[in-house]
Design a protein around this ligand. Sequence first.
Ligand code: OSB
Ligand code: MG
Length: 370
Amino acid sequence: MKVTAIELRRIRMPLVSPFRTSFGTQTSRGVLLVRVVTPEAEGWGECVAMEEPLYSYEDLETAAHVLRSQLVPRVLAVGERLTAARVGHVLEKVKGHPMAKAALELAVLDAELRAAGRSFGDSIGAVKDTVPAGVSVGIMDSIPELLDAVDGYLEQGYVRIKLKIEPGWDVEPVRAVRERFGDIGLQVDANTAYTLGDARHLAKLDPFELLLIEQPLPEDDVRGHAELATQIRTPVCLDESITSARSAADAISIGACSIINIKAGRVGGYLEAVRVHDVAQANGIPVWCGGMLETGLGRAANVALAALPGFVLPGDTSASDRYYRQDVTTAPFVLEDGHVRVPTGPGLGVEPDPEVLGSLTESVESLAVR
Ligand code: OSB
Ligand code: MG
C-alpha cells in the first residue's frame, strides 16, 4: 500500500482518579498516537509507552525519537509493497523499542483493514462478540478507601478485581477485600516490586485463593519466578518478563509462569501478541489481555485481541469511564453485564472524534513522506 503521510500526535488525558502502582502515581495519561494516511484509508496506532521509563525502559520521548529516526523511514522505504505483515520484519534490525514498533504496525494494519473493509478482530482470529472485563485497582492510602473503590467496581459489574501490591501493601489489603467481598475473582500485580527473598512473605497470600500473582520479581529474573512458583501456591503470571513469543516459550519451558498477561506493546505488536497467544495455547497456558490505560483506539485493539480463544481469563479491558471522563473515540467502551463488546467495523472499528482529539492534543508532528 502507498503511504502518503505519517503523523505523530501527543495527547494528554486526565485520569478520573489517580492510579498508583509500585512504580509511581499517575494523574493523567500522556499518549503518543501514530496516524498513517493512504489514498484509500487512514489508520491509527496507540503507543503504550508511559511518560517515565518505570514500567519498562521506553518512554514517550524515546518512542517518538525512534519512530522519527528509524522506524518510519524504514517502513516508508518499502514503498508500495508495504503490508502490515511486513512491518515486523522490516523493523527487526532495530533493537528494542517494542512499544514504538507496535504503534506503527497497528497504524499500518488499521489502514490496510479499513481499506479492505475488514475488522481487526476478524483479521487476528477473534471468536467472541464480547469479552469479560476485569479492573486493575491502584494502591490506596487506606484499606477503607480501597474497599470503597472495589465496591464501586463490583457494583458496576466488573467480573474480576486486580489489586496492585507492593511491600507494605499486600497481605492486609488482599485479606480485607476477600473478607468483605467473599468469593470474587481476585488477583494481584506487583510490577516487579519483590525479590526471591520475599518468597515466604508472598506465601502468606496462599490462603486467599488468588487467581494469580502477576510479575512479583524483576523482569529479567525469569529463573527466580520458576523458583518462586515452587514456594507459593498462588499461580505465577508474567507480564514484564514476556517480551516475545520466544521468551514466552522459554519462560513456560522452565516453569516460570503458569499464566501469561499479553500486552501487544510489550511484545512489539499485535501480530507478535497473537504468536504469544499461540505458543501459550499450544502449551496449555491460559492467557489474558493486559492494559496500559489505553484510549479508545488502543482499547479497541485490546478488546479484539482478548476475543481470541486462548484468552480464558478476564482482561484489564475495562470500560472507558474507568479511566477517562471523555474518551477520544466517538463512542466510548461501556460495560454490558460485566463485558465489553468487540468492535466489528472496518479496521479498529472505532473513530477518533476530531474535536475531542484536538482539545486533548499537545503537539502534532508530520513526518516527511518522500
Ligand atoms: O502492570 O498491568 C500493569 C497500567 C500501566 C502500566 C502497567 C500496568 C497497568 C495496569 C492497568 O495494571 C491496566 C489497565 O487497566 O489498563
Ligand atoms: Mg502488570
